[in-house]
Ligand binder design. Structure first.
Ligand code: 5AD
Ligand code: SF4
Length: 484
């Protein structure tokens, strides 16, 4: 067996309080850190635990089991988990029966080191999600510390394990834990790009595309439950590739197949990699109304020297040419990007090149991150983290400011326009959340192009489409009035 799963059981004495954990009142609480992939993983685990008879709770204080779904992309995310574990350790001093599970990327990365933390009972990687209900049962019964991670993470998973993961996704994906009317569907697992700064290939393993037929079945099931928008997930979703005999399916094929499902109105896909971007995807977007004209396509830097050091596989000009082609084929397309500032050796000139790229790209929005060295990645082993924190911070804020100006200017085109949004629910920002004269609260919705729109309306609109006339446009949010 070349891709083994380790289960290690460290027995310790079974205390008297065990009897007090009654089988049908075991409550669990899941805390999620990280990306959409993690949100989906958490939703699947919640659904699987419910089906095993556990009861979810919003309050960690009343839970018998706390699961922390972790992210390893930046050190900050890991530090937050560790400080949370410190907090749980204190709680366990008074409630030793509390079971704490650390799951996801950090669990896979740190394995037994995490298990040695006093607060932790279970460490389970992303590939062990289907085992979690059983492992928790065993821990409740035997009071063992348990490690369940993949040994050789870069070795292709065995068909049996992939099948188990597929079954798990199919069985437990439901609309219950997503934004009303929306669902994430994993089209691919893992990543083969090995960008030098990135931990993902080492914690999520090699790229694997799921069968388009299974994905379509899953999307149909979700549509039957009332889901209107599907977001296909993959670390490099445009490299989706599935072969069945002579037939090959790329992302454009998968999009077309998903668009044929009755009830599914909008389809998105995240995240795209700019290397080898198949034009057919853009044509599908232009030709099929259901495919949202939106691309999240990180550039990471505008400096060719840094792009090379990052092992991104394209130049700034090639990237900008791809955006121009996308806009030519899909004129209404909205584009979002990611950037890392303060990569080892990034000079002022390199940073200026990034600013130049952002100015030319005219994104809808972009996410900017300060470089965070990740143990085990090539950037960390070969390059020193030379850029001082203060400089990273300054570049981070500087780049966001450039983007903000662009967004604020470009968003004015929406004023007095009508837009269609899929309503997510109540606006979470209290300063925005004011009722109108009719007592209707402020809701939040998104356009097909992913613009956030705030307007007043009944809460019951969540999960449905609405039309809004835009009155005011900021850099990040559009404000308007619902047209009934
Ligand atoms: N440091 C900072 N940001 C990172 N990202 C990935 N790895 C790192 C890292 N080591 C960013 C990239 C990616 C986003 C999800 O996180 O911009 O697109
Ligand atoms: Fe990380 Fe690069 Fe893969 Fe994205 S494409 S997950 S940045 S290695």
């Amino acid at each position: 067996m070349d891709r083994r799963v380790f289960f290690r059981f460290l027995e310790f004495s079974i205390p008297l309080w065990y009897d007090s954990v009654s089988m049908n009142t075991r409550k669990f609480h899941v805390k999620n850190f990280g990306c959409q992939m993690n949100k989906l993983d958490s939703a699947l685990v919640v659904s699987a635990l419910r089906q095993s008879g556990f009861i979810p709770t919003e309050h960690a204080s009343e839970a018998d089991i706390v699961l922390i779904n972790t992210c390893s992309v930046r050190r900050h995310a890991e530090d937050r988990v560790l400080s949370h574990l410190g907090h749980l350790k204190h709680i366990k001093e008074n409630r030793p029966e509390l079971v704490v599970a650390v799951i996801g990327c950090m669990a896979q990365r740190l394995g037994s080191d995490l298990l040695s933390h006093e607060a932790v009972d279970l460490v389970a990687g992303p590939a062990q999600l289907p085992d979690i209900p059983r492992l928790i049962e065993e821990i409740l019964e035997r009071r063992t510390k348990t490690l369940a991670v993949t040994d050789k993470i870069r070795t292709a998973a065995e068909p049996g394990q992939l099948h188990a993961l597929d079954q798990f996704e199919y069985a437990y994906d439901s609309d219950a834990n997503h934004i009303p009317g929306q669902a994430f569907v994993r089209a691919m697992r893992g990543c083969n790009q090995f960008c030098t700064y990135c931990i993902v290939p080492y914690v999520r393993g090699p790229e694997e595309s799921r069968s388009p037929h299974v994905l379509v079945e899953q999307a149909k099931k979700l549509a039957d439950q009332g889901v209107r928008q599907i977001t296909l997930l993959g670390q490099t979703i445009n490299s989706y590739s599935y072969r069945n005999g002579d037939r090959h399916y790329g992302l454009a094929d998968l999009l077309e197949m998903t668009a044929r499902i009755d009830g599914i109105e909008w389809i998105r896909f995240i995240t795209s990699h700019p290397g080898r971007f198949d034009e057919a995807i853009l044509h599908a977007m232009a030709d099929i109304d259901k495919i949202c004209p939106y691309l999240h396509i990180p550039a990471q830097s505008g400096s060719d020297r840094i792009l090379k050091a990052m092992h991104r596989g394209y130049t700034a000009r090639q990237y900008l040419d791809l955006l121009a082609q996308a806009r030519q084929i899909v004129p209404e397309i909205a584009i979002a990007g990611d950037f890392i500032v303060g990569f080892p050796g990034e000079t002022e000139d390199d940073f200026e090149a990034t600013v130049g790229l952002v100015r030319e790209a005219r994104y809808k929005n972009c996410f900017v991150f300060k470089y965070s060295p990740r143990p085990g990645t090539r950037a960390d082993s070969k390059m020193a983290d030379t850029i001082p924190e203060a400089v990273k911070k300054e570049r981070n804020l500087g780049l966001l400011e450039v983007q903000n100006e662009i967004s604020e200017t470009d968003n004015q085109r929406f004023v007095e326009q009508e837009v269609k949004v899929l309503v997510e629910g109540l606006s979470k920002k209290p300063h925005l959340n004011q009722a109108d004269e009719g007592g209707k609260p402020q809701l939040i919705g998104r356009t097909a192009t992913d613009f956030i729109v705030v307007f007043n309306g009944p809460e019951s609109l969540a999960g449905q489409f609405a039309k809004v006339r835009i009155e005011k446009a900021g850099a990040l949010t559009l404000f308007g009035t619902r047209i009934e």
